[in-house]
Design a protein around this ligand. Sequence first.
Ligand SMILES: C[S@@+](CC[C@H](N)C(=O)[O-])C[C@H]1O[C@@H](n2cnc3c(N)ncnc32)[C@H](O)[C@@H]1O
Length: 303
Amino acid sequence: MIQSVPEAPAPRPLPAARSSLAVTISGKCPPSTVARAKQAARGWRIPFIERKPKAPLTPLFEAFADALLVFGVDELVLWDRAGSLRFSPGMARLRIKRLDAGIEDDLLVRLARFESGASVLDCTLGLGADALVAARAVGPKGRVVGLEKSLALYALSSIGLEAHQVGSRSCRIEVLHRDAGDFLAEARPGTFDYILFDPMFERPRRSSPSFETMRRFADHAPLTATMLRDAARVAQRAVLVKGSRYSHTLRRLGLAAEPSSRSASVVWAKLVGQASSSVCPEPTCPARPPDATTRPAPPRPEE
Ligand SMILES: C[S@@+](CC[C@H](N)C(=O)[O-])C[C@H]1O[C@@H](n2cnc3c(N)ncnc32)[C@H](O)[C@@H]1O
């Protein structure tokens, strides 16, 4: 005889777990914005938090999340308790204006010598300023893919770049939430013409409050020799690495900064990609990128 098993009591709903990042809406939003915010939260696999009109954010930080992506009617703002960050093309606007005017003094563009129609992989997209300049340099027939490891910054730049008017002389930027190291390890040789790296500087320069917010959300892992070696395999033409004049990041990777104005605090180094000629003067442009067997330059006493 089969005895009936008493029904288990319905489980009590668990209190919502605290999350490092969540989505909500700005004070007053139409239903279409609420729907968009909910859909984005699902896509990013983070919670959506209901917010009453005009309710302050502080209780949401206390109860639910360390940081919030706040959807408004036509913008997305990243907030934590210390400040906020919006997508903005920033200096890219001015750099592109100068390119449009035929002024070719942009350090990255001068060094890379981007060809029209070429493909570019930006391994450290951030808010996309360098990627926007590259998109203008390769033009509407080119291709620019940007990788961003931080989910908060990926969210800001993917939504921001989608809404950004690039104009008829640029291509659009495809944004992926990926770790550049993993992406490069899996990529086929010669997939992109140019590869860019702009890792976070070890010693931050004085910066604006919004840049401070960006620093709190950015991934600070240093660029490694393995990533550089993979990038040289994946790049047909060149790998470009940004560094600070006042740090030893480039030298530690066996790279030397290309000559630039003495007043410039930012410098770039260039490696030739695999498909390029192997004849290239050392040390600024080694035919082989540094790898585990290449001894890095010895650190200076102050390091
Ligand atoms: C200095 S910012 C880049 C700024 C960008 N070049 C621009 O013009 O706006 C560096 C960015 O790279 C991201 N990042 C660092 N390591 C990464 C990795 N391994 N994969 C993808 N993104 C990474 C950081 O989260 C940060 O947003």
